[in-house]
Write a protein that binds this ligand. Sequence first.
Ligand code: PMP
Length: 445
Amino acid sequence: MTASPLFYQGGTDLPEVSHGQGITLWDTQGKDYLDGCAGAICCNLGHGRQDIRDAMLAQLDRVAFTYRTQFENAPALALGRALVELTGGVLQKVFFVSGGSEAVESALKLARQYVVATGQPQRRRFVSLRPSYHGSTLGALGVTGYHPLEAPFAELTHASLKVPGPDLYRHSDASDEAHIDRVLAETRAAMEAAGPETLIGVVLEPIGGASTGARLLGERYLKGMRTLCDELGCLLILDEVLTGVGRTGAWFAYQHYGVTPDLLATAKGLGAGYYPVGALLARDDIVAAVMESGGFQHGHTYAGNPLACATALAVIEAIRREDLLENARARGAELGAGLRALATRHPWVGDVRGLGLLWGVELVADPVTREPFPAAQQRFAQITALAREEGLLVYPRRTLDGVAGDHFLVTPPLTIGADEVALLLERLGRAMARFERSLEADDTL
Ligand code: PMP
């Protein structure tokens, strides 16, 4: 066989996929894998959906692509209206893109144009958390708080002011509330020291995704950040690329917390793996100010094309028809309880946290001190490989910034059934038992 022309990080000796159906994928050798992480936390409806296929084919039969400066297209209009409705009208304007980084990038650029349009050109910097992940394009990378990704491009990005978020697993404050209040006070101090009049806005994931292993920030923190933004004249920009479109059991994660954003980026689950599509949602007065000042100086060729929008509309329709938000809550509760039960058997499971069908499992070398495993041991990769051998896909990470160490995400499609949750936990349980045996056999510990 000739060498592969493809290059990206993370994939060597991978099985070749054959096909998928429901929450299961098969490789060309006939082995089945339960998709416990919905691909890259995007295949929210599972695989092989006839309804999505039919909607896509129907649109393909009409027209796949038209350019937004030449034609209105009905799927784009309908999808825009549907997204506004999902926010309950809190955000009234929509700008389409093809993925998460583009959605975040668009939010940053719209926010910058807004402050210029409203006579505040000295606001030229964002605030974001460390650790965090907001995308890999240079703008989104500037607000990302993850050193290995940032380092090669430090001279090219416009780095945000990075502040720590709350860590409800490891703090040493008297209570969670005291911890959050301290983090908020320190964030305020950092923003005041930087000069609030120079800041455009704060970029946050309402629940941490891959960068933190589903770290929950909580209502007290998010409300505190909303207040802080209002007091300092900053926009609150929520990155719901991963958490949006039902993942946490609400259409958007912010809806759990009674906090409203000014701008919101979403992607992944919007196309549910069937087509790349993302969106920036914005308050209409922000958009109006920018449009009056000469228009939004931004856009991508594939933005809002009919096929993308017809796919996303069919995805939203399926979530509604099958009441998948309720399924995400119900199955999520079962999954969380099952993960916690597994954790009680294994002392190296430091923390299990999540909401809906977004769950993170953090691994620690010492459950008392909560010390992470040494990075060189690559524990996240070992447990993921064992899970794969047992026929289960999970989403692994190691965070080097801040304190979260090895973790993996369990984020199955929102369509998962109760029996499938049980099967997922069974396979994960076997992988965890094997991981424990390998730890015992490992004299590096
Ligand atoms: N923001 C968050 C929170 C994400 O999880 C991701 C993708 N993992 C992105 C942005 C970037 O999205 P994409 O990979 O589609 O560009």
